[in-house]
Design a binder for this molecule. Structure first.
Ligand code: ZN
Length: 203
């Protein structure tokens, strides 16, 4: 498999890179991505591929179950860099169907690091449990609701970060979008419309 990747890189250089040399030279000089993507590490959800985007478009953070941990220096520093230095106007938090992380939130997991990580999404599970009890959802329906509730919860975490709150109050940016990608159809559904919910700058 490792050799396949290196051969793939050769093909990339010989075709895509060399055929678009001007573009790749421009982004080599300085990156200017317009999107911060916070997605799941799942191998089926490659942000460049599923949005037909070129390198240089999307600044990326991916982890198990697309979580924004408010006490995590890793994600906070990356968001700060994206918003303050790269001046990225739009952040997308993208969940996906058949997410192993979401299944682990629902069913529990014995591995300690994974369990600790997924605790950050516990609020989404509690909300989903209430909805499932009220509406009598089956397992598949419940997982879908949990996936959506997790996206909403992570948007809440993101927009609760101090410098994000201040930046949004001052500039109205970044807009924060919640998306759901289907591994079955390849389609993206807008769960939270960041254009509709962006915070207007204060006078
Ligand atoms: Zn996932």
């Amino acid at each position: 498999m490792i050799d396949e990747l290196l051969h793939g890189n050769q093909r990339f250089v010989e075709s895509e890179f060399n055929n678009n040399l001007g573009y790749y030279q421009t982004i080599a000089a300085a990156q200017s991505p317009k999107i911060l993507w916070i997605g799941c590490s799942d191998s089926r959800v490659s942000e460049d591929v599923i949005t037909a985007s070129k390198p240089g478009t999307i600044f990326v953070h991916r982890n198990v179950a697309n979580i924004v941990a408010f006490n995590d220096v890793n994600v906070a520093s990356l968001i700060q860099y994206a918003v303050v230095y790269l001046k990225i106007p739009d952040i997308i938090i993208c969940g996906h169907t058949k997410c192993g992380g979401i299944m682990a939130i629902e069913e529990g997991v014995s591995e300690d690091y994974i369990a600790d990580w997924l605790l950050i999404a516990q609020g989404a599970k509690e909300r989903t449990d209430r909805i499932a009890a009220e509406q009598g959802l089956d397992r598949e329906q419940k997982l879908e609701v949990l996936t959506r509730e997790n996206i909403r919860l992570q948007i809440k975490h993101l927009t609760s970060i101090g410098f994000i709150k201040r930046h949004r109050k001052k500039t109205g940016l970044p807009r924060v979008h919640g998306w759901l990608y289907s591994v079955d159809t390849g389609k993206i559904e807008v769960v939270v419309d960041g254009n509709a919910t962006s915070q207007a700058p204060s006078a």
